[in-house]
Design a protein around this ligand. Structure first.
Ligand code: APR
Ligand code: PHB
Length: 389
């Protein structure tokens, strides 16, 4: 088969790019390793920057997000039994929208289906060929049947474990990585959220986060050892530990219930450079990973989609390749800022092994500076609601 853009990966990056291109009359084929149900079974963060919301609007898929998402004008940060509020709206004029990544992905799948645009699910042995030539192509097999896709461009949207990044030769590729000495144990429960905003909590027992999906679906996390297994944590032990890490007033209000999902995720910062090789463009988790503190994963994927979409649109509409040529440079400039913010916010709130008394005092001083200084709060809020594209 032949298409203009072969999109490897049917996660949010690939689907959003495909939908934006579709609205410009640019055709694409999405190739996804798993099934639709598998992709929709993944539980990921759910805080959307306005930049991503605008992209969803441009893609014509923002109706449900606006109807069902929750507008959050700020967030709470808890520390040493105290809790303060950062008012995003007052500091930046912008809110964030709380809407699960699963729901956003579902909306994009529905739109692609309605557009009649192709997705090849359960694709195996995906290989990108001749990406550094004028005529790339992709080969794969679906249920044993070989498929060849000839295309003008390949968008590598296949996440951290995909094939796209590794298609770029090691002689050109440079990777930067930091792993953190702890993980996050996450629980989803059909209980009302403890607060109307998110609570990021730093405590002597480690970090905790109170988040939500809707009025009767809450998402909570606690920092845990990398050697822990979800089955080591009974529901009761999880709730008890969470309550010990959040302010007393919130612990008293917390409604607990059975965990309907419980998992542990490691924390990692990762960037690969460049994000383009010939006619292959990396997008989203295929090119970078952030620790979840600050919810920048999906939002940073969205800024890549923005730059790539504009580059492809200019190419097809105006014959202008400037934005495509500058894709890697522009995307990386913003990626590194999101990496910095996620790393800083993680470092601010977690307990690290071997932290000295001095290190703990520095962390405490940094948090109280954030609480007391408006300029610092504004810088925090600008990063949280999303830096401009
Ligand atoms: N061929 C085809 N598809 C592949 C391949 C492959 N070889 N390898 C992986 N995939 C698919 C995965 O099954 C997945 O559905 O690519 C998709 C990548 O999706 P994500 O990992 O969700 O990455 P991305 O779309 O960039 O989404 C951004 O933001 O909140 C963060 O990590 C979170 O998923 C989120 C990300
Ligand atoms: C979530 O709701 O899963 C979530 C929210 C904010 C974060 C990370 C995860 O920083």
């Amino acid at each position: 088969m032949r298409t203009q853009v072969a999109i490897i990966g049917g996660g949010p990056s690939g689907l959003l790019l495909g939908q934006l291109l579709h609205r410009q009359g640019i055709d694409s084929v999405v190739v996804e390793r798993k099934t639709r149900d598998h992709v929709l079974g993944r539980i990921r963060a759910g805080v959307l920057e306005t930049g991503l919301v605008h992209l969803m609007e441009q893609a014509g898929v923002a109706d449900r997000l606006h109807a069902e998402g929750f507008v959050h004008d700020g967030t709470r940060i808890a520390f040493a039994g105290d809790m303060f509020h950062v008012d995003f709206r007052a500091l930046t004029g912008k809110p964030v929208i709380v809407y699960g990544q699963t729901e956003l992905t579902r909306d994009l799948y529905d739109a692609r289906r309605a557009a009649g645009a192709p997705i090849l699910f359960e694709a195996e042995q995906v290989v990108i060929h001749d990406a550094d030539s004028a005529h790339p192509h992709v080969t794969l097999s679906v249920h044993g049947a070989p498929v060849r896709i000839d295309c003008d461009f390949v968008a590598g949207c296949d996440g951290f474990h995909g094939v796209s990044r590794e298609t770029i030769p090691l002689s050109v590729r440079r990777e930067y990585e930091k792993t953190y000495p702890f993980g996050w144990l996450g629980v989803l429960s059909e209980t009302p959220p403890v607060d109307d905003e998110l609570i990021y909590a730093s405590s002597p027992r480690g970090f905790a986060l109170c988040s939500m999906r809707n009025r009767n679906l809450s998402r909570y996390y606690i920092q845990c050892a990398l050697s822990d297994h979800p089955q080591d944590w009974t529901d009761a032990a999880f709730w008890q530990e969470l309550k010990r890490r959040i302010p007393h007033e919130a612990a008293e209000r917390l409604v607990t219930g059975p965990a309907i999902e419980k998992s542990i995720a490691p924390l990692r910062s990762f960037v690969t450079e460049p994000m383009r090789w010939g006619r292959l463009f990396l997008c989203g988790d295929a090119a970078h990973i952030v620790p979840p503190t600050g919810a920048k994963g999906l939002n940073t994927a969205a800024s890549d989609v923005h730059y790539l979409y504009h580059g492809l649109r200019d190419h097809y509409r105006d014959g202008d390749d400037d934005a495509l040529d500058r894709y890697s440079e522009r995307a990386l400039l913003r990626v590194w800022k999101a990496e910095r913010f996620s790393w800083w916010f993680s470092s601010l709130l977690h307990r690290y092994p071997y932290q000295s008394e001095f290190d703990l005092k520095m962390q405490a001083a940094e948090i109280s500076f954030l609480r007391d200084n408006e300029a610092q709060q504004r810088a925090f809020a600008e990063n949280y609601v999303g830096l401009p594209y």
